[in-house]
Design a protein around this ligand. Structure first.
Ligand code: PLP
Length: 416
């Protein structure tokens, strides 16, 4: 087993571009919310591959969809029509609002499509600038890093693509003040993920909608991480605006999706609201792989399982319970845990500043905490320097949530 670990590590050292700071775990298989490393050690996976494996690992419905569709058609290109792509587009439109969908293979590509739609929208008036939030994350392509409000993703890749500026998140006045004659769109995450698990406030969402209407701007929401039922509703803005006067009518003009959309099979998508749905006419945008019958069949199956098993409600309830437990930890261990963050199954544990046990290492407190959780048999994901993210599968069981919390508490307790 040790040999497996060493030999696989060696393959990476020799052959894989070292662009990731990987954790020292070699994973081989999984079942539900558990994954196993090559030595057979079991981990409770509270990261689900960065909010991707919404039905956990090795779900039989996903296997069946893959097997059945692969016996018919895997790929034919977008030169032709296929039923799964049409059906998936219709299911997404039904859950968002009147408009149309384009399929890509990833979140960054979905955002690229929205940027192109925005440029097309403003082209004849010479407007092109897109405002995004400080601490946002929108992907690793050239436009993605230009859109992302974090210097660390841009460093070394200058000149950065022109036409993006960053404004503090949840600050409507700052957004209004930042608009220039060249501005054409605003893009925000419904809940900032990589930047540290920060939900948009209802006032911010409604305010941005009114601002965009007033200034003739497109309001674009990056729902790549916070979407697909993670917050307890299909999209985070539907959850955030639940019961808020005026909230039931809220729609962005564009929405990107990926991550949980394929449950681990790569697929991304963007939706454009009526009347912007035909901005990208024939020949203006494309993807060889986008919306293959295989990817769409899997995504359709995932929607079916999530809704049949009421997994959004479950994520909402269990998420609320886990968050109350994180609050309890913040209360009981204030020198280690500062506060909980997030909504539904998009949660963060914000660590206190200056934890003495972490002082000796150069690694961020978040990474050191995540490493200790690995030793305890739990996978979580760092966000920023101080935040540990929990992004469980939507079908996490109550007893698994309990196990996760008690292991987190063990690690918290172990930090003097
Ligand atoms: C992950 C993520 C992306 C990028 O998605 P990829 O599939 O990695 O290209 C974009 N936006 C947000 C909010 C994300 O969390």
């Amino acid at each position: 087993m040790r040999n497996d670990y060493e030999s696989i590590r060696e393959l990476f050292t020799k052959n894989v571009v070292p662009s990731y700071g990987r954790f020292e775990l070699v994973l081989s298989h999984g079942a539900g919310s558990y994954v196993f490393d090559v030595a057979g050690k079991r981990y409770l996976d509270l990261g689900s591959g960065i909010a991707v494996c919404c039905l956990g690992h090795a779900h039989p419905a996903i296997t069946e969809a893959l097997v059945e569709q692969s016996k018919k058609l895997i790929h034919v290109s977008n030169l032709y029509f296929t039923e799964p792509q049409g059906r998936l587009a219709s299911e997404l439109v039904k859950r968002i609002g009147a408009g149309k969908v384009f399929f890509s293979n990833s979140g960054a590509e979905a955002n690229e499509g929205l940027f192109k739609a925005a440029r097309k929208f403003g082209h004849d008036e010479g407007r092109f600038e897109i405002l995004t939030a400080v601490n946002s994350f929108h992907g690793r392509t050239m436009a993605g890093i230009a859109a992302t409000g974090q210097d660390k993703v841009k460093k070394g890749f200058e000149p950065i693509m022109a036409g993006f500026r960053h404004v503090p998140y949840n600050d409507l006045a700052a957004m209004r003040a930042a608009i220039s004659p060249a501005t054409v769109a605003i893009m925000i995450e419904g809940v900032q993920g990589e930047g540290g698990v920060t939900p948009a406030t209802p006032e911010y969402l409604l305010g941005l909608r009114a601002l965009c209407d007033e200034k003739k701007l497109l309001l674009l929401i990056d729902g790549v991480q916070c979407g697909h039922f993670r917050t307890g509703k299909f999209q985070s803005f539907q959850r955030i605006l639940e019961g808020v006067p005026g909230g039931e009518k809220f729609l962005p003009d564009g929405l990107s999706m990926a991550k949980s959309l394929g449950g681990g099979f790569p697929i991304g998508a963007f939706w454009l609201r009526e009347p912007f749905q035909d901005l990208l006419g024939a020949g203006t945008h494309g993807s060889t792989f986008g919306g293959t019958p295989l990817a769409c069949a899997v995504a359709l199956k995932i929607l079916e399982v999530i809704e049949a098993e009421k997994l959004a409600d479950s994520a909402r309830k269990l998420g609320a319970w886990m968050q109350s437990e994180l609050d309890r930890l913040a209360n009981d261990y204030p020198t280690v845990v500062k506060r909980s963050r997030g909504i539904g199954f998009m949660l963060g544990l914000e660590l206190a500043e200056k934890i003495p046990a972490f002082a000796a290492s150069e690694k961020t407190p978040a990474i050191q905490f995540v490493n200790r959780l690995h030793a305890a048999g739990v996978l979580t994901i760092p966000a920023g320097n101080q935040i540990v993210r929990l992004l469980p599968s939507l079908n996490l069981k109550p007893q698994e949530a309990g196990e996760g919390i008690s292991k987190i508490e063990e690690v918290v307790k172990s930090l003097p």
